[in-house]
Design a protein around this ligand. Structure first.
Ligand code: NCD
Length: 303
C-alpha cells in the first residue's frame, strides 16, 4: 500500500526528523518571489475537506503548487456530498481521476484510516475528528525548533479543550517521542485525567498559573464548540480561569513562546495583547505550515 501520512503516533522519530529537516530547506526567507519547483510536476493532489478550514487547506494547496504539482480542492458543501453521496463513493469517484495523493479532513475520527484500507492512493490526514492532525504537530515542532533549538527536556504547557483537540493529540505524541515534558491544563470536563495516559511524560494541572510556571512553550487551544453538545462554560468565565493573559507570561521562562494553531478567539482562550506580543508564534506557525506540508507532500508524491 502506498504510504500516506495518517498520524504522528505510528511514525518513528527518524521519520519525523526527516520531515522536519526537509521542511527547513523549504522555509522561505522572503527575498524575492518564491522559486517554484518542478520536482512534483505531473502529480495531482486532491484536497478533500469535509470540515471548515482556512489555514490548513490553503497551505496544502500552496505547498503542492510550490512543488510543481497540480491541485484540485473539493469542499463538502459544494460537492455531491451534499447530495447524499457516501464517503466511499466520493473517494472512488475521485480515485477514478487518478490523483497522486488525497489530502483529507473529516469530522469522523479514523475516516482517513478507514479509506486508506480501501484505496491504493496515499492519503494525508489534514485532521480527523478528535483524533490526529499530524501536519499541525509537525509545523508546531518546526516552529519550536526554529526558536528554541530543541524539543528534549522542554516544558510544554498545552492549555484549553484538550479532550476534543486533534492538535493536542498529535502534539502529545510528537513531543513525548522527543522527550519533552508536556503539561495539560483545562477545565476538568475538557482535560480529564485519562488524557495523561496517551503517552509517557504527560502531567495534568488544573491551575493555569501552575501550568505556565517555568514553561518554555505555551500552546493555547480553542474550545471546540462544534464537538461539544452540552452547555459549556460562558466565554467570560472561561477566559478568567483558562485564558492566557500577559500576567501569565511573567511566570514562564524568559525565552518562552506562545503558540496557537488558529483560529484564535481573542478574549476567550487568549488575550489580544498576548496574541499580538513578541512571544507569539502564531503567524510563524502559519508560515511553517507551507514548508512542512511541502516536505510531507514531497515524501508522499515521490515514493
Ligand atoms: C485546528 C483544527 O482544525 O484542528 N485548526 C487548524 O488546523 N489550524 C484547530 C482548531 O480548529 O481549533
Amino acid at each position: 500500500m502506498a504510504k500516506g501520512l495518517l498520524g504522528i503516533e505510528p511514525l518513528e522519530r527518524s521519520e519525523i526528523l526527516e520531515i522536519l529537516t526537509r521542511a527547513e530547506a523549504f522555509q522561505w526567507h522572503g527575498q524575492g518571489p518564491f522559486q517554484k519547483l518542478t520536482t512534483c510536476a505531473g502529480r495531482m493532489v486532491v484536497n478533500l475537506f469535509y470540515e471548515n478550514s482556512t489555514r490548513t487547506r490553503s497551505s496544502f494547496e500552496i505547498a503542492a503548487r510550490r512543488l510543481g504539482a497540480d491541485t484540485l480542492s473539493i469542499t463538502a458543501a459544494g460537492s455531491s456530498v451534499s447530495k447524499g453521496e457516501s464517503l466511499v463513493d466520493t473517494l472512488n469517484t475521485l480515485v477514478a481521476m487518478h490523483p497522486s495523493a488525497i489530502v483529507m479532513r473529516h469530522a469522523a475520527s479514523g475516516a482517513p484510516h478507514f479509506l486508506s484500507r480501501h484505496l491504493t492512493t496515499p492519503i494525508v490526514n489534514a485532521g480527523d475528528g478528535m483524533h490526529e492532525h499530524p501536519t499541525q504537530a509537525l509545523l508546531d515542532a518546526r516552529t519550536i525548533l526554529d526558536r528554541l533549538g530543541r524539543l528534549e527536556g522542554l516544558r510544554v504547557a498545552i492549555i484549553g479543550d484538550i479532550l476534543h483537540s486533534r492538535v493536542a493529540r498529535s502534539n502529545i505524541h510528537l513531543l513525548s517521542k522527543f522527550g519533552a515534558n508536556v503539561v495539560l491544563c483545562g477545565p476538568p470536563a475538557l482535560a480529564p485525567r485519562e488524557l495523561a495516559a496517551i503517552a509517557p511524560g504527560i502531567s495534568l494541572e488544573t491551575d493555569i498559573r501552575e501550568a505556565v510556571r517555568d514553561a518554555d512553550v505555551m500552546m493555547m487551544l480553542r474550545v471546540q464548540l462544534e464537538r461539544i453538545h452540552e452547555p459549556s462554560m460562558p466565554a467570560g468565565e472561561y477566559f478568567r480561569f483558562y485564558g492566557l493573559r500577559l500576567e501569565h507570561l511573567e511566570l514562564a521562562k524568559p525565552e518562552a513562546i506562545v503558540m496557537h494553531p488558529g483560529p484564535i478567539n481573542r478574549g476567550r482562550e487568549i488575550a489580544s495583547e498576548v496574541a499580538d506580543s513578541q512571544r507569539s508564534m502564531i503567524l510563524n506557525q502559519v508560515e511553517n505550515g507551507i514548508a512542512v506540508r511541502m516536505a510531507v507532500l514531497e515524501r508522499v508524491l515521490l515514493q
